[in-house]
Design a protein around this ligand. Structure first.
Ligand code: FAD
Length: 770
């Protein structure tokens, strides 16, 4: 194997050395600025609580593997976890979390207060309304887990060197060649930064952005409080507190204090740089709340207390992967101890096999837009991540930093009363308040009604009946120039078609996983416009581009609309010299021309399954494009429509969304993205139609058959053309048969659903081809 240097011998660096040497890469050197293995990093002070249930399947799986692996190494106590609720909203949230556990394979149960007190006798059960019990959660002794993995890695040939602060990362021609300390150099083919919250210092050495913010968090050990070592770990999210036993004492962690960002330059210069002086004032409230939940604490006091430093990222997910701008530099940072072994395994697979075995797109180092890497953005969003760590967060709750990326249509949208959501920094209209609500809207549950409006129905129906204008600017547009062979080698479909052809296909990784879902428009012999899903598509193309091929992300400098509906052709024809007749401009064709005075690229395709075009232009012409279409649209009943309508129409047509319905670990055949032929896979992405009860899932919910969890919902929306909620779910192939009855877990309810033949609307795709 290659020569690998790992920076950092915390739990993540040690786990990675173990995973790499376990794969036969034995030339591994791990360097740490501190002494081994109480290095003074976060690991040295982590109380090691492992909660496996998370809305993210990926984070849940990282934690599951960590718990299982450390149990096998004698470094995990499965004492179980109890998360208590003190409000009705929290109790509902615990049911939702129970559902995630069912979806991701982490069994749990929602208990009443008496059952909680039986499990955790120190609790005052009159304070709580219930709890979520996860028997397989527990505690990992972080330093021992690091040391145990380091010992195994050493036995396979790795070496660990303490008191070696890396001061430089060496490189030549865009590739790492090694690292240097004050007086030594270590040559390496690959360097992995596992420097924890020192990430920004490694970023400064390399120029590779590592967007994390170190912040302090309070931890207290009490005097004896009647605890005992078998006690479950406890979370009191309504007060941002967690608890574990240290013998007869309790350890209390609190996030209920002002965020305390830490400047690396201000860290103590002793052996414990991540241990800052305790701030008792900010803990007083938390102590009172602790004693209210656990009355035995009234006779105890804090005995040992500190503010410990750990990493926070803009979206709360770790930073994993190879740097885009410096090949051979890998990063595994902002990883919780609870995810350490899982993250290390995934990174080791990625390094050794070219891809991780599980989907890591939420954790990918290269997932951010340039603006999202600004120190201002990182700080404001990371602080919010800290504040919200135990909040009940709706998947559509917008982040604190808004108006980072706006399309040129934004002022017109605002005039129309657009209500904006946020996607990858973009302001994206969800619906337009000036569109009238339907006369008798379908009743809908409170949770799925958040960041949603009945107006979506008006917009969806208008798209099917007349014509609607959608802002497609937030989609990623990438211009590729060079021989077609480059793209042919990356995608599944045949893109070597005549200029003027559009192909909807998938980019595949070396093992055949779906790396991206793209439309490739061939605009000239060597000129391609690609529609994709974000920075990861750009990164993937650039990584593979040979000399002579140019890959340009033109998203920010361009904009796009979707003009869709039966009246789209009549609206567009008088505005353009391009022949937009059915024969002159066929489905999945592209033309360059003008709309009014605006130079455009027109793609005849449809995200919503209707006649129409995606029309791109440069950002400078955006307003003019919108106004031209809007003006001409009056006589055709054109309305502006938002993402809520789009999502509904897309699911009626069975269009998959990459990152939600399909990811890198999925096979394009099983996902229904390529014709499956005579394959007999284990599982399918399946269309479900729900009983119309007013409940509409949002994604992540478990699917049950015969009372057993068998899969999970990826996307869902109400389909007005269908008259029922629609969900897509990964199901075992035996169940993915039309007519099969299943149930979806939604809070404390079970929603009846039936497997349906898809697409539900216009199955022969006649409408968009007209
Ligand atoms: P670290 O342990 O910080 O290791 C990074 C290493 O890199 C350090 O040893 C450092 O010395 C070394 N290093 C940095 N720069 C250089 C350089 N230039 N050259 C050489 N070496 C360098 N997580 C949980 O999962 N559950 C919990 O309950 C939990 N509670 C926590 C409570 C507290 C009070 C704190 C502080 C953290 C807690 N965490 C918890 C977080 C957890 O500690 C971290 O997520 C985890 O330890 C990170 O491991 P790491 O190896 O990435 O980082």
């Amino acid at each position: 194997g290659p020569t690998v240097v790992i920076i950092g011998a915390g739990i993540v660096g040690c786990a990675l050395a173990d995973e790499l040497t376990g794969r036969g890469w034995t030339d591994v050197t791990v360097l740490d600025r501190g002494p081994l293995f109480v290095t003074g990093g976060s690991t040295s002070h982590a109380p090691g609580l492992v909660f496996q249930i998370h809305p993210s399947r990926t984070l849940s799986r990282l934690a599951r593997y960590t718990a299982e692996k450390y149990a096998g190494l004698g470094c995990f106590s499965p004492v179980g976890s109890l998360e208590v609720a003190t409000t009705p909203a929290r109790l509902a949230e615990l049911h939702r979390r129970f559902g995630f556990g069912q979806s991701w394979g982490v069994p749990s149960s929602v208990l009443d207060p008496a059952a909680c007190a039986t499990l955790y006798p120190l609790l005052d059960k009159s304070v709580i309304s219930g709890g979520l019990y996860v028997p397989s959660d527990g505690l990992l002794p972080a330093v021992r887990a690091a040391e145990t993995q380091a010992a195994r890695a050493t036995s396979r040939g790795a070496r660990f060197l303490g008191d070696r602060a890396v001061t430089r990362v060496l490189s030549r021609a865009g590739r790492v060649t090694g690292v240097a300390t004050a007086d030594e150099e270590f040559r390496a083919d690959l360097v992995v930064s596992c420097a924890g919250f020192w990430g920004p210092a490694i970023a400064a050495m390399t120029g590779v952005p590592i967007p994390l913010l170190p912040m302090a968090h309070q931890y207290v050990r009490t005097t004896p409080a009647g605890a005992s070592d078998g006690l479950p770990i406890l979370c009191h999210p309504d007060r941002d507190l967690y608890f574990r036993a240290h013998g007869d004492r309790l350890g209390i962690g609190s996030y209920r204090h002002e965020p305390m960002p830490v400047d690396l330059a201000d860290l103590p210069g002793d052996d414990h740089p991540s241990k800052l002086p305790f701030t008792p004032d900010t803990f007083r409230q938390s102590w009172a709340a602790s004693a209210e939940l656990i009355p035995a604490l009234r006779g105890a006091t804090p005995e040992e207390a500190f503010n410990g430093v750990l990493s926070f990222t803009p979206d709360g997910f770790p930073l994993l992967g190879e740097a885009a701008s410096l090949r051979g530099l890998w990063v595994a940072e902002a990883v919780r101890a609870a995810h350490s072994a899982g993250a290390a395994k995934a990174v080791a697979e990625w390094m050794a096999d070219g891809r991780p075995a599980i989907d890591l797109h939420e954790c990918d180092l290269n997932r951010f837009d340039a603006a999202q890497l600004s120190p201002d953005y990182v700080r404001r969003r990371a602080v919010r991540t800290f504040v919200e760590i135990h909040d009940i967060v709706h998947p559509a709750d917008p982040p604190p930093v808004r108006n980072v990326r706006v399309s040129p249509f934004h002022p017109r949208q605002a005039e129309l009363g657009a209500v904006f959501g946020e996607a990858a920094g973009w302001e994206r209209p969800l619906w337009y308040a000036t569109n009238p609500p339907p006369e008798s809207p379908r009743p809908r549950d409170e949770w799925s009604s958040r960041h949603w409006s009945p107006i979506a129905e008006t917009e969806a129906r208008a798209t099917r009946r007349r014509v609607a204008l959608y802002d497609m600017t937030p989609l990623t547009r990438i211009d590729v120039t060079g021989p077609v062979a480059f793209l042919s080698g990356l995608v599944a479909g045949d893109v070597d078609r005549p200029a003027g052809t559009v192909v909807h296909t998938v980019m595949l990784d070396p093992a055949g996983g779906v790396r991206g879902d793209v439309t490739v428009a061939r605009l000239g012999e060597d000129r391609f416009r690609i529609g994709g899903n974000g920075p990861l598509d750009v990164d993937w193309l650039r990584r593979h581009a040979p000399p002579g091929v140019s890959v340009r992300d033109v998203t920010g400098g361009t904009c796009g609309v979707g003009l869709w509906g039966p009246a789209a052709r009549e609206l567009l024809a008088p505005l353009t010299e391009v022949d937009v007749s059915a024969e002159g401009f066929r489905w999945f064709r592209a033309r360059e021309g003008h709309v009014g005075t605006v130079p455009v690229v027109m793609l005849r395709l449809s995200g919503v399954g209707e006649l129409g075009w995606e029309i791109h232009t440069e950002a400078q012409y955006g307003l003019r494009l919108w106004d031209t279409l809007w003006e001409a649209g009056r006589e055709h009943g054109l309305i502006a429509a938002g993402h809520a309508a789009f999502d509904s129409l897309r699911l009626e047509k069975g269009h998959r969304a990459w990152g939600r319905d399909v990811t890198g670990e999925d096979d394009p055949y099983q996902a229904g993205l390529l014709p499956a032929g005579d394959r007999a896979p284990e599982r399918w992405l399946t269309c479900l139609v729900l009983a119309d009860t007013g409940d509409v899932p949002l994604g992540g919910e478990p699917v049950y058959a015969g009372g057993f969890p068998v899969g999970h919902v990826t996307s869902a929306a109400y389909g007005w053309s269908v008259g029922a909620p629609i969900a897509y779910a990964w199901l075992p192939s035996a169940l993915a048969v039309p007519g099969t009855q299943v149930e979806i877990g939604y809070f404390d309810r079970l929603l009846l659903a039936t497997v349906a033949t898809e697409p539900l609307f216009d199955p022969r795709h006649q409408r968009p081809r007209r």
